[in-house]
Design a binder for this molecule. Structure first.
Ligand code: AMP
Length: 214
């Protein structure tokens, strides 16, 4: 099964993709994670991407499309994958469609996670990643036990550098202007499923699996 996740920053795409990966064996392909990895490794591509990421703008399409084209042909993707944070604009969506036609790998669904703006802000500003496990946590919403499980093992709760109030405003604008048109694009393609992304993680996961028929 091949799925695209749509939704504003903080709508829970990464959290739900990680769970689908753990429970259904689908591979999470997050262009944000791939780019952060390139930045941390100091590659030429990472250096090009960093400026755009720090300001909350989109990285150029050629960089992101190259990464995706390389990633989806790897063997672990044979059982299916979740595109998390890609495509982000119409050019990317059209390039993805062409790529998947070439590969004979049609998309099964595009799932939109709907979340109100005030909750988005809390989710983004409270978001942390455990330095040991990569698990996504939130200082407002995760249980104290889950947060302690990371720090008691010597891990750190790391905040993404672009999860600050200044950058978030621009990321949300970019989402509205460039990514939201994809809702119509996937609706017209007959692929869109919209789910309520609010509430407990388990509730959202149940809606998600029902929406994609898992
Ligand atoms: P994310 O982790 O998905 O919130 O992405 C973090 C940042 O990486 C974004 O604000 C963009 O600067 C960049 N990025 C991630 N995915 C894409 C994409 N598909 N196209 C362009 N830029 C992207």
């Amino acid at each position: 099964m091949r799925i695209v996740f749509l939704g504003a920053p903080g709508s829970g795409k990464g959290t739900q993709a990680q769970r689908l990966m753990a429970e259904q064996g689908l591979v999470q392909i997050s262009t944000g994670d791939l780019l952060r990895h390139a930045v941390a490794s100091g590659t030429a591509l990472g250096q090009r991407a960093k400026v755009a990421m720090d300001s909350g703008n989109l990285v150029s399409d050629d960089i992101v499309l190259g990464m995706i084209a390389e990633r989806v042909i790897q063997e672990d993707c044979n059982n299916g994958y979740i595109l998390d944070g890609f495509p982000r604009n119409l050019t990317q969506a059209e390039a993805l469609a062409a790529l998947l036609v070439d590969l004979g790998q049609p998309l099964d669904r595009a799932v939109l996670l709907n979340v109100d703006m005030d909750i988005l802000m809390k989710r983004i500003t409270g978001r942390r990643t455990c330095s040991l496990t990569g698990k996504l946590l939130n200082v407002y919403f995760s249980t104290q036990n889950d947060l302690d499980a990371c720090t008691n093992e010597g891990g750190e709760l790391i905040q993404r550098s672009d999860d600050n109030e200044e950058t978030i405003g621009n990321r949300l604008n970019v989402y509205r202007e460039q990514t939201e048109p994809l809702i119509k694009y996937y609706r017209n393609a007959g692929l869109l499923a919209t789910i309520d992304g609010e509430g407990q993680m388990d509730e959202v996961y149940a809606r998600l699996t029902a929406a994609v028929g898992l």
